[in-house]
Unconditional design. Structure first.
Length: 111
């Protein structure tokens, strides 16, 4: 399920950002979780997101990485996700320069 629609200039449409925010507030937890991870998978720079291992609190763990690359469209997506209650559950680490790391989806852990 694609949640982000991109305009001709490569920015997420306002409509898709509003839809993302709405689904994240949804009482259907599964839909909210799916939307959260779908938004992370829809980075404008496809090579700037995915599974990796990094150190978090002194331990190397599997994470889903999302790098904004300074692109304001990617920053718009992160800003919507930051407002969601799921952020505090999935967020693992942030590095200066727009580098975000999240717990991977359950099915990604089991691959």
């Amino acid at each position: 399920m694609f949640i982000i629609e991109w305009d001709n200039d490569g920015y997420p449409t306002e409509k898709s950002l509003c839809r993302l925010a709405e689904v994240l507030r949804n009482e259907n937890v599964k839909e909210a979780i799916d939307a959260f991870y779908n938004a992370l998978e829809e980075n404008f720079y496809y090579e700037c997101c995915g599974l990796t291992k990094i150190e978090v609190r002194g331990e190397e763990i599997n994470v889903w990485e999302y790098h904004t690359m300074g692109w304001s469209g990617n920053e718009d997506i992160i800003n919507i996700l930051k407002q969601c209650w799921l952020w505090s559950i999935f967020f693992e680490r942030h590095d200066k320069g727009g580098h975000y790391y999240f717990k991977p989806k359950e099915e990604d852990i089991n691959k």
